[in-house]
Write a protein of this length. Structure first.
Lengths: 114, 131
């Protein structure tokens, strides 16, 4: 059965970093969706999602990230992806979403932008 | 048993619950490793099995999931189909739209197809080469 998705948030200035560990799929994605929604709705619209610990992400996970990017942009911010693993990079590439999201190798790079 | 050689079947039936998608992925990867599918194909395989299961849950949340792996001469064919009516997904699991699922599977596996079972239920089928 599914293991829990681990979500840890840290605030640095205007940015909120979400460290994600585990597998993001139809079962676990709603928790990430809820967290991003709460942050964006609460004024934290510059979000960096660190994916170094995510070895699996399906289309539901992608949908959550797309929805999150949209919400953040509507609130004047953005949603960046940090250090996606090879499986996640592949699904981003297949869907063309690697051209939609800001993608960075480190959190420092992601949060350096305004 | 096929005319040209031995055919082995492995199958698993799971509750209609997104919490069991990880189990479906693990099953697919375990069988694939056992029959010699290259390691570099396993990520694509797990994604496709998971997407097919999610698609089945989205279309018929009250039917159990059945994942079948059929070892053929030089390929391992996967079928994701709906099983018997069973317990519906538990509260709070939330079935989100899986609109991209089939598109992803067809990009990853050239022979991916969706057919209908004898009772009209959809079957997603694709295969990977074995060593």
């Amino acid at each position: 059965m599914a293991e829990d998705l681990l979500l840890h948030t840290t605030e640095t200035g205007d940015w909120t970093l979400i460290e994600v560990k585990g597998e993001v799929d139809l079962y676990s994605a709603p928790r990430l969706k809820e967290l991003i929604g709460d942050l964006a709705g609460g004024g934290r619209s510059r979000i960096a999602v660190e994916l170094e610990g995510v070895e699996f992400m399906d289309s539901t996970g992608l949908g959550v990230l797309i929805g999150g990017l949209k919400r953040c942009r509507e609130a004047g911010g953005t949603l960046a992806l940090v250090a996606p693993t090879e499986p996640v990079r592949k699904v981003l590439s297949i869907t063309g979403l690697d051209k939609v999201f800001p993608i960075h190798d480190t959190t420092s790079e992601a949060t350096a932008g305004s | 048993m096929s005319a040209t050689g031995t055919t082995e079947r492995f199958s698993i039936e799971l509750r209609a619950d997104p919490a069991y998608l990880a189990t479906a992925r693990m099953f697919a990867a375990t069988v694939a490793r056992q029959v010699g599918v290259e390691e570099e194909l396993l990520d694509d395989l797990k994604l496709s099995v998971s997407e097919a299961c999610a698609r089945a849950l989205a279309s018929e949340p009250n039917r159990r999931l059945r994942v079948v792996a059929i070892r053929m001469e030089d390929r391992l064919q996967f079928e994701v189909r709906q099983g018997e009516p069973g317990d519906a997904a538990g509260p709070g699991t939330g079935v989100l739209a899986a609109g991209l699922s089939l598109e992803l599977i067809t990009v990853l596996f050239d022979d991916a197809e969706v057919t209908r079972d004898v009772d009209g239920a959809p079957v997603v089928r694709f295969s990977v080469p074995t060593a």
